[in-house]
Design a protein around this ligand. Structure first.
Ligand code: FAD
Length: 318
């Protein structure tokens, strides 16, 4: 069976969920060979093996921490040379997309970004993308070289499938450009303790209907009762009620959770562009004509300040 390279996104050896989702998709098209780089790379092996990696190629060097993406591209290219895979899968983070694009250029391959599904095809893997503000789905495949595909978080279920997960060191020699850009400092963002917006299984969002920064406590309380991330419409962000890092939409983040709850959000096309692929959509809006109701699975016509606290209370008592 053909091997499929899977680039591992991890923090100090803890594998992030989008990589485990990639392993589910990789198994549809071949045998996953994972590539883990940097501090804790070898510690990723048990989780990767549990989710279907037949082999884990690891490499650690100070370059991965000190420099931006080029050292990682060098390593992924080394893994590509060592394995000759049928496809290369990378999580669709900002960094992942840059790594994938640089690798595709180097190996002369086509690239598909932001896939939301992947299946085996007669002439190579077929990727589904959501385009034009999620109004259409397209299916495409790479016709030149080895397909390099980035996949959005929450595109597949994490499915354990124990495999060998044999750990092998990867031999990497860094290119001349590897040290061209250096990280000179990092400012950690204050953590809310909530899941990362793009990876969360549940997102609870607030819009202009929330009416003020302090009122977002109502949205946050519902989010916390569900273990969810908090999102916001651009109107709420532009008003200064919630940080831009939490904006969902065309000029914000694209989310695709199992459950998206929109509170006081009208459903403008630019907002839909960032959340329309959510599996189940719920909206609370006091205007029965609000466009958001055209796309919901469940809609509640009502004042969010009546509805949301009751919902939070009900969830907490369960
Ligand atoms: P509104 O459209 O004002 O809707 C507020 C809703 O709250 C209304 O439906 C109202 O009935 C309801 N409401 C009011 N009070 C209550 C209450 N007490 N209880 C229940 N419901 C209540 N927008 C984004 O969100 N993300 C983007 O990334 C984005 N990018 C953009 C890019 C461009 C180039 C442009 C031009 C626009 C972009 N926008 C984006 C803006 C977008 O067009 C809308 O203006 C925005 O989404 C509206 O936000 P909203 O739904 O919160 O506000």
């Amino acid at each position: 069976m053909a091997e499929v390279l899977v680039y591992v996104d991890h923090v100090g050896g803890a594998v992030r969920k989008p990589t485990l989702e990639l392993l589910t998709l990789a198994r549809r098209i071949g045998e996953p060979v994972a590539v883990a780089l940097g501090t804790g790379a070898a510690d990723t092996a048990p989780a990767l093996a549990e989710h279907g990696a037949v082999k884990v190629l690891t490499h650690d060097a100070p370059e991965y921490a000190e420099y931006l993406v080029v050292p990682k591209v060098d390593a992924l290219q080394a893994a590509y040379g060592a394995v000759s895979p049928a496809a290369v899968l990378v999580p669709s983070s900002a960094e992942g997309k840059e790594i994938a694009a640089r690798l595709a250029l180097r190996i002369g391959s086509g690239i598909i970004t932001d896939a939301i599904d992947l299946e085996a095809g007669d002439s190579g893997p077929v990727a589904t993308q959501s385009v034009f503000a999620a109004a259409y789905s397209t299916r495409s495949r790479v016709s030149r070289g080895t397909p390099v595909i980035t996949v959005k978080p929450n595109s597949a279920a994490v499915e354990p499938a124990p495999a060998a997960g044999a750990v092998e060191p990867l031999s990497v020699s860094f290119s001349a450009q590897a040290t061209g850009t250096k990280i000179t400092g990092r400012t950690p963002r204050e953590s809310s303790g909530r899941p990362e917006l793009t990876e969360a299984a549940i997102v609870v969002s607030g819009g202009r209907g929330v009416g003020g920064a302090e009122n977002f406590a109502v949205v946050e309380a519902l989010a916390d009762s569900l273990g969810a991330a908090v999102g916001a419409s651009r109107a709420a962000v532009d008003a200064g009620w919630y940080p831009h890092t939490n904006q969902v939409g065309q000029t914000g983040k694209h989310v695709s959770p199992q459950l998206y709850i929109a509170n006081g959000i009208s459903g403008a096309i630019q907002h839909r562009a960032g959340m329309q692929t959510s599996k189940t959509i719920v909206a609370v809006n006091k205007d029965p004509e609000a466009p958001i109701f055209d796309l919901v699975d469940y809609g509640v016509v009502g004042d969010l300040f009546d509805v949301v606290p009751q919902l939070t209370e009900e969830i907490r008592t369960r």
